[in-house]
Design a protein around this ligand. Structure first.
Ligand code: SF4
Ligand code: FES
Length: 367
């Protein structure tokens, strides 16, 4: 186990305030087993958690969900974060926001809004979201955000149904006045894994989209920042998931479980601690789940002796588990993994199915 002095302080926190959401996106990063509203932390506990996070070194907090705006106390929680010096980013579908609440959030000193966009065409966007009228609603929220002088990031998750319009989504983000757009290809665990056959684009579609987005990055340099999370299944090396396990950030679930990443509960045998019983600092430094894959000691070959082991940290633990059955294995997205060749075949087979039907992630909330 790594000595406490060698563990850097956490920099960021993702607060999943609730799993309730009016949308049903089939690639949602929430777990398959959604946490019930009755188990959600109350306002006082969230405030304590934010105070403890700031004391532990956290600089920015992502107020997320589900849809965080279905919490009646969202503005008060935002104001508390500002009081304790945390930079706040609201990650929203936009569908949970009305004008009164929006103004209350501005009043509460919200720093930033990150708005999801399912497609650049209304009918397709609403189908992907599983919610009629979501696309139109988002345009309005983007407009309010820019008008209020808040920085706006558009979040665009790419998959088969929208990949032909990847470039159009970047252009739409510019038209909406966003300062940043995150074009992220679907990650296949949790809901994404369940819906993989209906989401996976072909290699050809992927290559066209990646090239188009990269061309726009050059064209719009200085106008908008384009963060491009390239598609895993067609890559040679994996991403440094979470910038390395328990190195920079942590997630708190609606019921208070603290996770190193949003999919960590898919890994069997990990012991997660809860903010109801322990402080943020105690959990960050001492939680068995956090220490399970910290650093490089846990690695097997080929990662253990690889010169990229402190660049990508062996990829994603949750994906290694989902695809190889062992979270300690090299993420098979890596070409050095003995299972790498199978990844290309899985992607090709899924892309060729032409499956259309989504299993929507549903825990309805009033919009
Ligand atoms: Fe990264 Fe492991 Fe592949 Fe090396 S072998 S590139 S550390 S995933
Ligand atoms: Fe869990 Fe990548 S999602 S480590």
């Amino acid at each position: 186990m790594i000595a406490r002095e060698a563990i850097p302080a956490p920099a960021g926190m993702l607060a999943e305030l609730t799993h309730r959401c009016p949308l049903g996106c089939p690639y949602c990063s929430n777990p398959l087993e959604l946490e019930k509203p009755a188990s959600e932390l109350d306002k006082a506990t969230w405030k304590r958690v934010f105070s403890e996070a700031a004391e532990a070194g956290v600089l920015h907090v992502h107020l997320s969900g589900g849809e965080p705006c279905v919490r009646a106390d969202i503005a008060e929680l935002t104001a508390h974060c500002a009081d304790v010096g945390l930079y706040t980013n609201l990650i929203t579908s936009g569908v949970g926001l009305n004008r009164k609440l929006f103004d209350a959030l501005v009043e509460a000193r919200l720093d930033h809004i990150q708005l999801s966009l399912q497609d650049a065409e209304a009918a397709s966007a609403d189908r992907i979201a599983g919610y009629d009228g979501a696309f139109a609603r988002k345009q309005e929220i983007a407009h309010w955000t820019v008008e209020a002088g808040l920085p706006l990031t558009i979040n665009a998750v790419m998959h088969r149904a929208n990949i032909a319009r990847a470039a159009r989504m970047v252009e739409l983000a510019i038209e909406l006045g966003a300062r940043r757009v995150e074009v992220a290809h679907t990650q296949y665990y949790g809901w994404g894994l369940v819906n993989r056959a209906a989401l996976m684009p072909s290699r050809e579609e992927t290559e066209i989209a990646v090239a188009a987005v990269e061309a726009l990055r050059k064209k719009h340099d200085g106008v908008i920042v384009i963060d491009h999370v390239v598609p895993d299944y067609h890559a040679r090396y994996p991403k440094a998931c979470m910038s390395g396990w328990a190195r920079r950030t942590f997630n708190v679930t609606p019921s208070g479980k603290v996770l190193p990443c949003h999919a960590a509960e898919t890994i069997p045998g990990l012991e997660f601690w809860n903010v109801r019983e322990k402080s943020v600092a105690e959990i960050w430094y001492g939680s068995p789940a956090f220490n399970a894959y910290r650093g490089v000691e846990w690695m097997k070959e080929p990662c253990r002796s690889c010169d990229r082991r402190e660049i990508d940290f062996g990829g994603c633990r949750c994906q290694a588990l989902a695809l190889t059955g062992d979270a300690c294995n090299t993420d098979p997205i890596c070409e050095k993994s003995p299972l790498h060749a199978e990844i290309g075949s899985i992607a090709a087979i899924d892309a060729a199915t032409g499956a259309q039907d989504y299993r929507y992630r549903r825990m309805n909330a009033r919009a």
